[in-house]
Design a protein around this ligand. Structure first.
Ligand code: FHN
Length: 480
């Protein structure tokens, strides 16, 4: 009897332990159309993507002709959505292409401006939700070929940006308000016509990759409709087909859902696609939020305008705001993609040109702290952000402390700073050892030159030394 009791106790103990383990384990659902890789994609193409730091987004289409107004009325939504506004009859919108004649368009000039801003990649809206194609698609008549302008804009942009050394990615909206088979929700009677839409989508994607073999990836949008989310098997097969057609192709997490309708992260919590594509006009607050994945953040200059709106209202970001976001992204292993919405004549608006110039000037001096840089496992400080490249740590400062001291904290066995200087003019900065905190982390102050007040974000470079064990400091707990 005692043996039996002992056996039951041991069994209960084992069951308790296993139940506890099961609770902490990741969910494990058998998926056919979930993530096909766990963890980061590590090939050379993806490494190149990871090192971009800064990109440019271009939203351009026939909506730029309307510029956020119709019949003298102001549209408060995002300009590229104006077709969905009650004040704009669909028929009017669908005829806008007849007025699309951007004679000021000069792809080489746009590419030069982007290069001077410091962008390493560009994403162009080949087709937004309205279905209008900026390339000569043979699968629809609703393309630039039928406008007075006629020229293949995607081709000109791919050539010009590639020539400037900027990698090109193609934005493609799965939502297509112009295709007769497009549906947001599928009723039984729509299934047949929706098949034509699926084939059309596949044809266009294959067409794009075949026509523009130099592009590096596809940037999908408009994939949230229930009708599309239900196409897990089709979209998964299509993604594989596109990858096979275009080796090295980079696709983010916004293309397809798994068979349970989960988007971006599958039902097991694994990222679907090569990087997380969920940060739009919004940045993660902490590194934990990005779960160690690659990711990008796409950002508008005003609050929410992607396509050209002639009348920006509300707060318009400054170059310092945007540089802050850029550095914050890179400090958490993300790329920052700044949007431009050229007007209906093919001109980039003055406000955007000014920002591009200011960002470019900053990047010329400080780009070393951005390109090829990644997250640093150091406690975030109030003055700004850390980034790292090989043996160098960069401190990009946005908030200058009144005492002129930039504090940093290194873990118990971490490297210690051995040399610090200003990136802009190489002036050496004093490193003051400031003891340890209650976690036994070492504290240091980097002393800025007397009266230093650059009026713009600036970068301090740090070299570190592993041999910091005998700095003579030890934390002495206070008696309280
Ligand atoms: O609806 C679009 C919007 O117009 C714009 O293209 C952005 C860019 O990421 N994407 C969609 C909203 O998520």
């Amino acid at each position: 009897m005692r043996t039996r009791n002992l056996f039951l106790t041991v069994l209960a103990f084992i069951l308790t332990i296993s139940a506890g383990e099961a609770q902490t384990k990741r969910p494990s659902v058998t998926l056919q159309h979930g993530a096909h890789r766990i963890g980061k994609r590590m090939d050379a193409d993806m490494q190149r993507w990871r090192e971009y730091g800064l990109g440019q987004f271009l939203h351009w289409g026939v909506y730029a002709v309307a510029g956020g107004h119709w019949n003298g009325k102001y549209y408060a939504g995002a300009a590229e959505w104006i077709r969905s506004w009650n004040e704009m009859p669909h028929e009017d919108y669908d005829n806008l292409y007849r007025q699309f004649n951007p004679t000021g368009f000069n792809a080489a000039q746009w590419a030069k401006q982007a290069a001077e801003m410091g962008a390493k990649y560009m994403i162009i809206t080949t087709k937004h939700h309205d279905g209008f194609c900026l390339w000569h698609s043979k699968y629809t008549n609703y393309t630039v070929a039928r406008t007075p302008f006629k020229r293949d804009i995607v081709k000109e942009l791919v050539d010009a940006y590639t020539k400037e050394g900027i990698d090109v990615y193609l934005y493609f909206s799965v939502i297509d308000w112009n295709h007769p088979g497009y549906r947001a929700i599928l009723r039984e009677e729509d299934r047949e016509v929706y098949e034509t839409f699926k084939q059309f989508t596949r044809n266009q994607l294959i067409e794009l990759l075949t026509a523009f073999p130099k592009v590096k990836g596809l940037w999908f949008d408009g994939t949230w409709d229930k009708a599309w989310v239900e196409q897990a098997a089709f979209a998964d097969a299509l993604e594989s087909e596109l990858r096979a057609l275009h080796p090295g192709l980079i696709i983010g997490s916004r293309f397809r859902a798994d068979e349970y309708g989960k988007r971006h992260y599958d039902s097991n919590g694994d990222l679907m696609g090569d990087y997380e594509q969920g940060w739009e006009r919004n940045l993660p607050e902490s590194f934990d939020e990005v779960r160690h994945n690659d990711w990008d953040c796409v950002m508008t200059v005003p609050e929410n305008q992607w396509g050209y709106h002639s009348d920006w209202r509300g707060y318009v970001k400054t170059s310092h705001d945007l540089i802050n976001m850029l550095v914050k992204c890179v400090s958490m292993n993300g790329n920052f993609v700044l949007n431009f919405g050229p007007d209906g004549k093919g001109n980039i608006r003055q406000e955007e040109t000014k920002l591009a110039k200011e960002i470019g000037e900053w990047m010329k001096i400080n780009g070393e702290a951005i390109y090829g840089c990644s997250h640093v496992d150091l406690k975030k400080q109030d003055w700004g952000y850390f980034t790292r490249k090989q043996d160098k740590i960069y401190m990009t400062v946005f908030h200058l402390p009144v005492n002129g001291l930039l504090t940093l904290e290194t873990p118990k066995d971490g490297n210690i700073p051995s040399k610090a200087w200003l990136l802009s003019d190489k002036r050496t900065l004093e490193i003051i050892s400031a003891g340890r905190n209650k976690n036994n982390h070492r504290l240091y102050h980097i002393a800025l030159p007397e009266g230093f007040s650059p009026g713009a974000p600036f970068v301090v470079v740090l070299e570190t030394d592993k041999d910091g064990q005998n700095d003579g400091n030890a934390y002495q707990p206070a008696k309280i």
